[in-house]
Design a protein around this ligand. Structure first.
Ligand SMILES: [Zn+2]
Length: 237
């Protein structure tokens, strides 16, 4: 039998029985708060990079890969709300946190503003085995949040991770080891228009090696595209 009670009523009832709490301070969240209470949200260590072309993220990639822009939403600090959010996102089956942070990142692109909104968003892929275990890719969840704000589509079938070569029988032992190691490869770039501005999204930038590997692979296949990078957090060196 179909209930006449509105869905909001059940949401409210569920919230009453199992109230959501702030990921950082465990304070009970109000109906308008999500994952973080308003106090912890206001306390996020935002990077607030003034000059997009010359900031700690662009410095990480300087001389390694040409970027249109580089940005990060927060600084990664130990024992901070950011660390807890990213921990819950990666290890506690909370993909919604990715979209939640992605919305902030998208707003940052629009309101800072970035001089140029990306045409497409590509999340750093997870190895398929890891993705199966986790059930989702945290970078892809961030990308969906950014996409919702910036209205740029997410491409998840262009940069892939894992073993690409179908046959390994003719490879040397060393090549075989390299072949099965965690690598990126690129497919389907024919769907990208010339000079497309691609935004690569990841959860944390530490050394920048992962994003650099993705960007290099993309530019190897399509040197006419332009790349920006954006992470939810930047680990200070
Ligand atoms: Zn809190």
């Amino acid at each position: 039998m179909k209930s006449n009670l509105p869905a909001d009523f059940f949401d409210a009832l569920l919230h009453f029985i199992y109230p959501d709490v702030c990921v950082n301070c465990a304070r009970t969240l109000t109906a308008s708060e999500e994952f973080l209470c308003i106090y912890c949200e206001e306390d996020l260590p935002l990077t607030r990079f003034e000059k997009l072309e010359d900031n700690p993220v662009t410095h990480v990639f300087f001389g390694r890969v040409p970027l249109v822009y580089g940005d990060a939403f927060c600084y990664f600090k130990k024992q901070s709300a950011v660390q807890r959010l990213l921990h819950y996102l990666k290890y506690m089956r909370q993909p919604g946190i990715g979209r939640y942070l992605g919305l902030f990142m998208g707003l940052q692109i629009l309101t800072k503003p970035w001089p140029e909104i990306p045409d497409y968003i590509i999340p750093v892929p997870l190895h398929p085995k890891k993705r199966r275990i986790r059930g989702y890719n945290q970078a892809e969840e961030l990308a969906y949040g950014v996409s919702r704000v910036c209205d740029a589509p997410v491409l998840y079938n262009v940069v892939k991770r894992g073993t690409h070569t179908p046959s390994q029988t003719k490879l040397s032992r060393w090549d075989r080891w390299v072949n099965v190691s965690d690598t990126f490869y690129v497919e389907n770039t024919e769907y990208l228009p010339p000079c497309a501005h691609i935004l690569l999204v990841d959860d944390v930038i530490t050394t920048g090696a992962t994003l650099e590997a993705c960007a290099s692979k993309l530019l190897e296949v399509r040197n006419d595209i332009r790349i920006s990078v954006f992470s939810a957090a930047l680990a200070k060196g």
